[in-house]
Each structure stands twice: as C-alpha cells, then as structure tokens.
Write a protein that binds this ligand. Sequence first.
Ligand code: TMP
Length: 223
Amino acid sequence: MKDRFSGGYRLGLFITFEGCDGSGKSTQARMLKAYLTEQGHDVVHTREPGGSPGAEEIRGLILNGDMDRWSPETEILLFTAARRDHVERVIRPTLARGGIVICDRFADSTRVYQGVARADLRPVVDQLHELMIGIEPDHTFLLDIDPDESLNRGLQRIGAEERFESFGADLQRAIHAGFSRLEDEFPERVHRVSGEGEIDEVFERVRALADSIISAKSAPTPN
Ligand code: TMP
C-alpha cells in the first residue's frame, strides 16, 4: 500500500475501530490485540485522540473543560495536530517495520463527529486530512449498535473527560447515520460488524473478519 505521506510503501497492516460512544470498540480492539499477539504478530494497540505522549496532552485539551472551550474549527485543528504527531511517532514507524496497528478511532471519527454530527465541516476535515495526514487505514471495523443502546452505555461510562459527555439521543442518531454513510463511501475498507450480543459473541465476528483479512494479505499474489 502506497503511503503518500512518507512517499514510501507500507509493509504492515493498519486496522481502525470506529463506532458510536459506548459501541464496545475499545474492548474489541483490546481483545483483537491480545489475539493477534498470541498468533505471533507484532501488534501495537493505540487510540485517538492520543496514542503518543504529545497527542495524549492534546487529548486532555480537547476533552476537558467547558463545552464552549473550543470552536468546532479549533477542535478540528487540535484533533488533526494530535493525529499528525500520532502518525509520525507511532503509526508510520510501526507500519514501516511491518507491524500491525490497531487504532481505536482515527480520521473517520473526525469525518463523522466534526464533519456531520457535532458540526457541519466535512470539506474542512477532508482538506486538512489531505494536507496533513495523507494515510487511510487498510481496514476499518465499524462496531454497530442501536444508537439508543449506545446512548445508555455511553452515559454509564461518564468520567473525567467531560467536554464530550453531552450524549443526546439526536446526536447519537446523527453519529450512527454518519458512520453508516462512511460504509457506503468506502465499501472496500469499512466493514460493519454487529456489536449486539455478549462481548465474546461480538469478538467471534471481529476475529473471523481479522482472520480473513490476514489470510488474504498473506496469500501469494499472482504474477
Ligand atoms: P473515546 O471516548 O472513544 O476515547 O473518544 C473521545 C471522544 O472524542 C468521543 O466522544 C469521540 C470524540 N472524537 C471526535 O469528536 N473526533 C475525533 O476525531 C476523534 C478521534 C474523537
């Protein structure tokens, strides 16, 4: 896979998990890291916003404080700054050495949250992504649960990062619809995985998808 950002070819595999707040993606990402590590792969599990020391500091700026601390435009700049550092220091080096990156959220979250749900700024999100990030995941596991269910689960998790805790039903539905549209926009990369059921049942679906991706990647290519 060509990486426009580095000008080189990527060897590794870049997998992201996306979905509504409370969709279970962080648990599934952790379980997939454990599974693939046990299979002998070099796996880095990381997250956004954050994932590198500098980006984790920016995460604190983005997610803490009053709701009106940042305008939507400033927020996009902060997410993009954090992502650039994370790509430079963690994602690109891991892919370059042939490792697997499993990232909990990436640019699709900005496309959905800042692009359509929390603000209507998709063209700005796309332009900044093109200018400053320039890489896409190879595969995105979209954990899909009913938006009303995700609202309940999200509310149960409320903690210290209060800026994004204003979960309303309309916002959750807009986020859910935004992710569904991404599945239509990037059908080869975005795979919807039902997040309904017990954690182990969901993981069976995640594991089956990961196994098929890895065996397709390892298959010899015809000359
Ligand atoms: P998390 O709860 O999955 O760690 O994500 C923190 C919050 O940040 C979550 O509500 C989604 C939001 N977010 C955005 O709005 N835009 C982004 O680009 C990312 C990565 C997260």
